[in-house]
Ligand binder design. Structure first.
Ligand SMILES: NC(=O)c1ccc[n+]([C@@H]2O[C@H](COP(=O)([O-])OP(=O)(O)OC[C@H]3O[C@@H](n4cnc5c(N)ncnc54)[C@H](OP(=O)(O)O)[C@@H]3O)[C@@H](O)[C@H]2O)c1
Length: 237
């Protein structure tokens, strides 16, 4: 059986660790994202550990890319995770229309393109799991984050609509809210100031998030979770 993980770059990113874990769980993993050399590194690593994986360069905002990704996966697909997301801070009065639209394309529209192809594939066999990665932004607006909040909020509503529309035909749709900063490559590379400010102990461990995805994937339809929220014990929420 196969899994697609879309939104992968760094090995120590959530996408990279989801790919490795589901390969360990015995799935053949299609590792997808925009940066092929990064995807190939993860695929090599999975293969060296005895797992099965393939890298497919995919821009999640391009309809043809997403359609071709699912076509390559074929009927044996059992799990599809849309982990795509980039934070887009900024005040509304200083924000260009292009910036807002691009944020929506990456964090929300990509979920529609991905979810549509996933439910088309899974509807045929009336079975399959589609999971989306959310953030604190999925549940609330915050000053300085209007673009990101609205896009992730939209993604959550889309996921909930899909869960209700396709649950009755056997497709499990879920949403995982990551409520806080992930202790991964992105924060280390792009926002080392955050780690310095809140301290490493206040970050969320990637493995704990990955466990949540695995838990949801393994559920049977007599007891499905739509949403899981994960945060550090000292998070102020
Ligand atoms: N990092 C955090 O602290 C944090 C906190 C809460 C929630 N989240 C959410 O968790 C998820 C994973 O975050 P992460 O920080 O660990 O990063 P990650 O899993 O390593 O990677 C997420 C990837 O999404 C990719 N992406 C952006 N635009 C894309 C597009 N058009 N097509 C394909 N892929 C695209 C980015 O790829 P590129 O590298 O090519 O841009 C990025 O690497 C995201 O949904 C994020 O919103 C993250």
């Amino acid at each position: 059986m196969k899994a697609i993980i879309l939104g992968v770059n760094a090995d120590r990113g959530l996408g990279g660790q989801l790919a490795k874990r589901f390969a360990k769980e015995g799935l053949e993993v299609i590792v997808a994202g925009r940066t092929l050399p990064s995807l190939e590194k993860i695929v090599d690593n999975i293969r060296q550990s005895g797992g099965k994986a393939v890298a497919i360069r995919t821009d999640a905002t391009k309809e043809k890319d997403v359609q071709s990704l699912f076509a390559k996966a074929g009927e044996d697909l059992d799990l599809a995770i849309c982990n795509v997301g980039n934070n887009t801070p900024g005040r509304i009065d200083e924000m260009s229309a292009e910036y807002f639209e691009e944020s929506w394309r990456v964090c929300c529209f990509s979920g529609f393109l991905f979810g549509r192809e996933a439910v088309k594939t899974f509807s045929k066999k009336q079975k399959g799991t589609v999971l989306f990665t959310g953030a604190s932004a999925s549940l609330r607006g915050k000053a300085g984050f209007g673009a990101f909040n609205s896009a992730k909020g939209g993604l959550r509503q889309l996921a909930q609509a899909m869960a209700k529309e396709y649950g009755p035909v056997g497709i499990h749709v879920g949403h995982v809210i990551v409520d806080g900063v992930i202790n991964g490559q992105i924060v280390k590379d792009r926002r080392p100031d955050i780690v310095e400010k809140i301290g490493e102990d206040a970050l969320i461990t990637i493995e704990n998030i990955v466990d949540g995805f695995v838990y949801m994937y393994k559920q049977n339809k007599k007891g499905w979770t739509f949403e899981l929220d994960i945060r550090n014990s000292i998070e102020n929420w």
